[in-house]
Design a protein around this ligand. Structure first.
Ligand SMILES: [Zn+2]
Length: 191
């Protein structure tokens, strides 16, 4: 089905709550997995969250400008297709949800920490899809697989300068240079 058709139905994120999180410092980024399969529906294609992680600076640019941070929510469909939802993060207001993650970060690369008995509303970090950009692309880390549906939210998020400094101190050289759009179509969807 062509992308254009699929995206005539707005993306709906159904599940926004987290109860258990595993935090992994893999030496390049902080990666988080939740117990609840936070869903993403794109038209009639159903994806569930596998993990999310952070890049500094952002991998996407708006009018040539990087944001200091970008979050990637990586989803997979039952057929194995990937959909990555990107959220740009700027310095500004303090984000209480991020403190939960920062307070529990592993001390050393290669370590995992598990948080249980949480009841978190992820909406603070993961906006509802009122406006977004979408295109077909590839993964930004090896194996850079093609055929990935990218969705970049128009709505940005803010964290405090102190939160930004602490989080980015755990992120090392983990952004891929911007790739040319080439003959790919870029869609802007708003409702
Ligand atoms: Zn990523």
């Amino acid at each position: 089905m062509p992308l254009e058709r699929r995206l005539t139905t707005p993306v709906l994120t159904v599940e926004q709550r987290a109860r258990v999180m595993d935090l992994i410092d893999n030496g390049h980024t902080i990666q988080v997995t939740n117990d609840v399969p936070m869903a993403l529906d794109v038209g009639d294609e159903h994806f569930e969250l596998v993990q999310y992680h952070f890049h500094a600076p952002s991998e996407h640019t708006f009018e040539g400008r990087h944001a200091p941070l970008e979050v990637h929510f990586v989803h997979k469909s039952a057929a194995g297709r990937l959909a990555v939802l990107g959220v740009m993060v700027e310095e500004g207001e303090h984000m209480p949800l991020l403190d939960v993650i920062l307070d529990a970060l592993p001390e050393h690369p290669g370590e995992t920490r598990r948080l249980e008995n949480l009841d978190l509303d992820m909406t603070e970090l993961r906006p509802l899809p009122d406006e977004y950009f979408a295109y077909e692309g590839s993964l930004t880390t090896p194996p850079c697989s093609e055929g990935v549906l990218w969705i970049v939210m128009g709505e940005t998020r803010e964290i405090s300068p102190e939160q930004m400094a602490e989080l980015t101190s755990h992120l090392h050289d983990n952004y891929r240079p911007v790739q040319p759009l080439g003959d790919r179509e870029l869609y802007l969807v708003s409702r």
